[in-house]
Design a protein around this ligand. Structure first.
Ligand SMILES: Cc1cc2nc3c(=O)[nH]c(=O)nc-3n(C[C@H](O)[C@H](O)[C@H](O)COP(=O)(O)OP(=O)(O)OC[C@H]3O[C@@H](n4cnc5c(N)ncnc54)[C@H](O)[C@@H]3O)c2cc1C
Length: 438
């Protein structure tokens, strides 16, 4: 069995499947297991739950961990992986997609200035040693990730100026009033509040523009009080998360809309519409770490044929998903943040494509062919997602909407990935430097 993604969902899936004696290969493009929330922090040891999950993974002789292995293409029964400069193919009997989510970034004037980044992105960079100590950082956007990110930055010595949350006060109060049903979340919120004591949490406010010369010097904040300029060294903006569905789409798994963005459709055993392919965690809809862990375990059990063990976890899943359902309701994005980009604002940062150039294209392929939007190193992950949120692109939910490779790859991988384009191909004559089977 193959598990793609070693975040909380993938780790739980691999462990659950291995507990039934199945041989499991767990791959992740990162050097360390843990995914986004348990990303290796150079200054702080991982939380107990993460240490336990990783220790259990390493203790199992039938669970093989492949770090820095990037899955670039998938086809029924096989995946193509780039690992340590090699192209490798792995064949699988069952597959669990635990590919997580990415940040939703929305363009605004000045967002391409050095010093402006995603909120989760700055958190990730900081954990990996990016020098943030002493820097004046303003965070903005929406959702609980802003608080988690701010707490990490502060722990690493940043001067957090403020957190600007676009949601209105009433929505935030209503959200907080529900938290008693999830005591773990309540504790987490209280802990974050303590760690962020003294940091202004500005409700109903958002970044309008960033200003600077060679890098950001000032940020413009809008709220009911009007427009205010704040001097800063770094601006970190994130409007929540969006599921990573490219591999699932490539495999032909049905996707469905979760708000404006696609997620992988699964049944109650976490199986996708493709037989033997399961999905868990953020890929099936943004839900947070509790959802990821329980769904990972369910998918692992189900993929190993232990349906009873998977079914026993249903109540936990339902409870965790009920919390996840609150997030879009209370952190719903206001239209103001979708209207910030000006005609000259670059939307595709990789290929320098401005908003005005994209008017009139609602199909990603047509926009790509005419403007090169989405053809750079992010492969449309940032601009495509932003344009979908802005309502300018129709979200691609059809099966096989994503073509290989899913990441920019070496030429050898591209040559090999070619055969993954032809789904009717039964002959396996493509280039591989090594081959394994699980
Ligand atoms: C930038 C960022 C920061 C976050 N920080 C926090 C936080 O501080 N606190 C919090 O509560 N939540 C945070 N979250 C939310 C967090 O992602 C979830 O709560 C939880 O980690 C989801 O678990 P998961 O296993 O579903 O996905 P993830 O943890 O995202 O794990 C998915 C894994 O799949 C791997 N992967 C994806 N595609 C491929 C591929 N093609 N080949 C190989 N590997 C692949 C990725 O490298 C990743 O390790 C963050 C999310 C993001 C995007």
């Amino acid at each position: 069995m193959l598990v793609i993604g070693a975040g909380p969902a993938g780790l739980a899936a691999a462990r659950a499947a291995a507990s039934h004696g199945v041989n499991v290969v767990l791959v992740d493009l990162q050097a360390n297991p843990g995914g986004q929330i348990w990303r290796h922090d150079v200054r702080k040891s991982a939380p107990a739950a993460a240490r336990l999950a990783v220790a259990e993974m390493r203790a199992r002789s039938n669970l093989h961990w492949l770090p820095q292995a990037q899955v670039v293409a998938t086809a029924p029964g096989r995946v193509l992986i780039e690992e340590a400069g090699l192209v490798r193919e792995i064949e699988y009997g069952a597959l669990v997609l635990a590919t997580g989510a990415r940040e939703l970034l929305l363009p605004f004037p000045g967002w391409t200035l050095p010093g402006v980044s995603g909120a989760g992105a700055l958190q990730a960079l900081t954990k990996q040693g990016w020098p943030i100590a002493g820097k004046r950082v303003l965070l903005a956007g929406s959702g609980p990730l802003l608080l988690a990110s701010a707490a990490t930055l502060r722990r690493h010595g940043a001067q957090v100026l403020a957190i600007c949350e676009q949601a209105p006060d009433a929505a935030l109060m209503a959200f907080a009033s529900q938290l008693w049903r999830w005591p773990g979340k309540l504790l987490q919120a209280a802990a974050l509040r303590t760690r962020l004591a003294g940091v202004a949490y500005r409700r109903a406010s958002w970044v309008r523009a960033a200003h600077g010369d060679e890098r950001v010097r000032e940020v413009e904040i809008e709220s009911a009080r009007g427009i205010e300029r704040i001097a800063c060294d770094q601006v970190a903006v994130g409007y929540g998360l969006v599921p990573n569905t490219e591999l699932a789409a490539q495999l032909g798994c049905a996707l469905e809309l979760d708000g404006r963005h696609p997620r992988v459709r699964v049944d109650e055993r976490l199986m996708t519409s493709v037989d033997g392919v399961y999905a868990a965690g953020e890929a099936c809809g943004i839900g947070g770490v509790d959802v990821a862990r329980v769904e990972g375990a369910m998918a692992g059990h189900a993929a190993a044929g232990a349906d009873d063990a998977a079914r026993a976890l249903h109540p936990r899943r339902r409870h965790a998903r009920a919390f996840a359902d609150l997030l879009p309701r209370y952190f719903d994005l206001r239209d103001d943040v979708r209207k910030l980009a000006e005609p000259t604002t670059l939307v595709c940062r990789c290929e320098d494509v401005a908003l005005a150039q994209l008017q009139g294209y609602s199909d990603a392929r047509a926009a790509k062919l005419a403007t090169r939007c989405g053809m750079g190193s992010c492969q449309g992950r940032i601009c495509g997602t932003a344009l979908t949120e802005l309502g300018l692109l129709v979200p691609a939910t059809r099966a096989h909407a994503a073509r290989p490779p899913v990441f920019p790859t070496r030429l050898a991988s591209l040559a090999a990935a070619g055969s993954y384009l032809d789904r009717s191909c039964s002959e396996r004559t493509f280039l591989t430097e090594s081959k394994g089977s699980v």
